[in-house]
Design a protein around this ligand. Sequence first.
Ligand code: NCD
Length: 308
Amino acid sequence: MKHLLDSMDLSIQDIDDLINLAIHIKNNRTMYRDVCKYKKLATLFYEPSTRTRLSFEAAMLELGGSVLGFSSANSSSASKGESVADTIRVVSSYADIVAMRHPLEGAPMVASRFSRIPIINAGDGGHNHPTQTLTDLLTIKSEKGRLDNITIGMCGDLKFGRTVHSLAKAMCRYENVKFVFISPKELRVPDYLKDELKEHNFTNYTETESLEMAIPELDILYMTRVQKERFFNEADYIRLKDSYILDMEKMSLAKSDMAILHPLPRVNEISVKVDNDPRALYFKQAEYGKYIRMALICRLLEVETYEN
Ligand code: NCD
């Protein structure tokens, strides 16, 4: 593994390895506090972020390294017209590893072609978000004890939501996994994603518009925000933004151990009353994000680890 651009860059074995390392780091934090000493992480964020950027920075700092970077395109030379290729050539001589978020699909891939250091895709347009997927998988493995034999409902903006695209591709390779895609017609999963699932001989999914109908069979409900910034017109966004609101009434239809995940940020698709339900795992999920990013940085920088 040289870069991480797409969740499909990771084999099942890579995922297992990163999850094991993340759990080891979580349980033995002092052992890892210097492993990235003198290493620098550059966070190049051309799009807004709270959790992804800060968890990357916290991850590197907890490994004893340091961080530099920018948190919006406006504060970088992109606003003067500099290309990603030129920026990355330069950053390659300032840092040891890069986490990049960009509104254009494929931008981190372009960066990887011009980079002398590992590039991590921290979200590219509506396409992929592999470190969120790793976060989701670590959460599921830790909280459910397995990544197979799972029925997972993905609800909300399945058209533009990169976290869903990334997670579906990664999870379709595990045994006896079923997806229930819950969305309004206009926000269904794109055909290209269905084609990619088919390439992996995965057809075990259904599509529905009704969260109430779907919820009773789910082991996991993965809620998502309607992605305002990717709509072409505001009227469509306004019409679709309140399509689903998970509240306690709907939760009463769910299994007693159904886990609720959400990559966050939440707008209004989960009522705040649900936060106190023990099945609500989204804030814990955000914490897992730091540990899996620590594991990923260790692997990409090939530093010594102590899990075995
Ligand atoms: C997600 C993203 O950026 O795609 N957020 C995150 O990284 N945790 C989800 C979203 O913005 O809705």
